[in-house]
Design a protein around this ligand. Structure first.
Ligand SMILES: [Zn+2]
Ligand SMILES: [Zn+2]
Length: 174
């Protein structure tokens, strides 16, 4: 097991903790304490991100992934694939309506045609962005930051868990 100090950030292994005794001036008794080997600060268990191998506190990992690595997996294709995997939740419809069509609310229970239209709008925009990038002419706003925000930030940590879970299962299929 590995730990990181919450005070100074020192990374250390099980067994390296500083252990000391405080008796608060009493002749007998007192308490044993343990802490960071460098500063005696509080420490917490850390685990490795399955992708980059960096050590993170438990609440900084989502199904084994750190936020930075999750972010790096998102591109126009994975975004589309993830949205389509969540078609029942209307991910793509909601995204296209709110980000690409001027912030409109998405109607519930949309028709097949409506969903196809949303797909067309998304793909057309991505094509625009890609052609603009090769022409090095910035007239189209890149939607990738919005894609990333939609997946990782809009639903807080639950969104990150869901996405990481999807990624994990997607890799197993390959
Ligand atoms: Zn420390
Ligand atoms: Zn990572």
């Amino acid at each position: 097991m590995m730990y990181r100090c919450c005070e100074c950030g020192h990374l250390f292994e099980e067994g390296e903790q500083a252990i000391w005794h405080e008796n608060h001036g009493a002749e007998i008794g007192g308490e044993m304490f343990d802490g960071c080997p460098l500063c005696r600060g509080d420490y917490e268990e850390v685990r490795q991100c399955k992708e980059c191998g960096e050590w993170h506190y438990e609440d900084e990992l989502y199904e084994g992934w750190c936020e930075k690595c999750l972010r790096e997996t998102i591109n126009y294709d994975t975004f589309f694939e993830y949205c389509e995997a969540n078609k029942d939740e209307q991910y793509l419809d909601i995204f296209v309506m709110s980000e690409l069509l001027g912030g409109m609310d998405c109607p519930k229970n949309v028709s097949w045609d409506f969903h196809q239209l949303m797909i067309d709008v998304y793909k057309a925009r991505v094509d625009d962005i890609k052609s603009v990038m090769t022409a090095s002419y910035k007239a189209v706003i890149d939607i990738l930051p919005a894609c990333i925000r939609f997946i990782l930030d809009d639903d807080g940590s639950i969104g990150r868990e869901n996405y990481a879970d999807w990624l994990n299962n997607r890799k197993e299929v390959k």
